[in-house]
Design a binder for this molecule. Structure first.
Ligand SMILES: [Zn+2]
Length: 407
């Protein structure tokens, strides 16, 4: 039996979801465990209501929506996340969740049962832009991050994850941990230009790069910007500026497979007229070849340390998180490739450069990701766009693969 997803319904669901936390620039702003994030989840649950799903939630707020199967078998699971970065677009994360919803709606409308149960998943705090690290919900689920450490993580305003979970009524009763899943599939927008340039409609993600995340704390000495001679200064912000450029240089010299960024800065006292004394940076580096990440990290540490020494500031480097490299399940990849080909969708294999919840799920059960094209490769930006037919194509491949796996 072949069932077809409803392109218009999927597109409308994405637009309706994007209206939650909508920004003037046309994107979405739903930081993890904010009121907007909770509203997005409530909207999803209202859409799930007529589908007769069983909802469960765990202690880090991950949502599991289960459609019963005809047999006692491990479930086929799929989904993504609904939180966004503050400058988010309409499709990152939301597409994976709503493609899963569209698959369930299509099955429901057709009155089709599957042998295995199906499970739609919404992971908590994938982005990590409010509460680091990224992929927090799936990390706790996979045992990569202890629940108590996640719950005591604070945002820039000093609010903890535990407080934000309670405030938004997202704490569930389940103890986070692996579930009985036969397979996991995450549909996602590509967030790069590869599929568009290749003229492909679907990307089969074979694996991910290795990525490492660092907090740098640079401590100098506060003093009067007028009265302190240049020679006597220990300016933490000026030192951090050099560290930012050194970080960029390491990425530049590691292309084509390597990337590095200093993407966040905190500065104190951050007062006009005072020499800065405490500057914090968030840096990351990644490469397809894990050995090259070692080289990048070593080069960064040498450069950062030399800058700190020359400028007489103290430097603390906290390598607080990492992910990958991950190889996704080849059999599941082949199944997705076949499903795309059967729908005459041009398909291409690729490696993901961004982190995704699937990285954490891959060691737990056979896992795969499928990408759809991002116009111009632009994401984490209000102009993020994927054409409705590409979104529907991805949802169709998901549905076809899920039906194969669940029967
Ligand atoms: Zn995402």
């Amino acid at each position: 039996m072949t069932l077809s997803v409803n392109q218009d319904r999927l597109w409308q669901a994405l637009l309706d979801m994007a209206a939650v936390g909508a920004t003037l620039e046309g994107g979405s702003n739903r930081p993890a465990l904010s009121a907007a994030d909770a509203e997005a989840r409530a909207l999803l649950l209202s859409w799930c209501e007529p589908l007769g799903l069983k909802m469960e939630r765990d202690g880090i707020g991950n949502l599991f929506l289960r459609r019963a199967g005809q047999a006692q078998r491990p479930a086929v699971a799929f989904g993504s996340h609904l939180d966004t970065v503050p400058t988010g677009g309409r499709f990152d994360g939301a597409f994976g969740v709503l493609a899963g919803l569209e698959a369930l709606r299509t099955l429901h409308d057709a009155g089709v049962a599957t042998a295995a149960p199906l499970e739609l998943v919404v992971w908590t705090n994938e982005e990590g832009s409010r509460f680091p690290p990224a992929m927090m919900g799936s990390r706790v689920h996979a045992g990569d991050l202890p629940l108590d450490r996640a719950l005591t993580t604070t945002d820039d305003a000093g609010e903890t994850v535990g407080e934000a979970l309670a405030e938004t009524f997202q704490i569930g009763f389940l103890t986070p941990g692996p579930r009985d899943w036969a397979a996991w599939i995450e549909p996602h927008i590509e967030q790069g230009p590869v599929l568009e340039q290749a003229g492909a409609a679907v990307g089969i993600v074979t694996g991910t790069v290795e990525a490492r995340y660092f907090h740098l704390t640079v401590t100098g000495e506060a003093s009067h910007a007028g009265a302190t001679a240049m020679a006597g200064r220990r300016d933490s912000l000026a030192a951090a500026a050099e560290m930012i450029l050194a970080t960029e240089q390491i990425g530049l010299s590691s292309e084509p497979g390597g990337r590095s960024s200093a993407a966040w800065i905190g500065n104190a006292p951050n007062v006009r007229g005072a020499v800065p004394s405490l500057t914090r940076l968030h840096c990351d580096m990644r490469h397809e070849d894990p050995a090259r990440v070692d080289v990048m990290e070593a080069a960064a540490r040498i450069a950062w340390t030399a800058i700190a020494a020359r400028r007489g500031v103290q430097l603390e480097v906290d390598a607080y998180a990492s992910f990958g490299p991950v190889q996704f399940d080849p059999g599941l990849g082949a199944l997705l490739r076949e499903a795309a080909a059967a729908r005459q969708l041009p398909v291409r294999d690729m490696v993901a450069a961004a982190g995704h919840d699937s990285v954490l799920i891959a060691p737990l059960c056979p896992s795969a990701m499928l990408f759809v094209p991002s116009r111009g490769g632009v994401t984490h930006h209000p102009t993020e766009y994927t054409a409705p037919e590409h979104l529907a194509g991805g949802a169709q491949v998901l549905l076809d693969a899920v039906m194969r796996l669940a029967n």
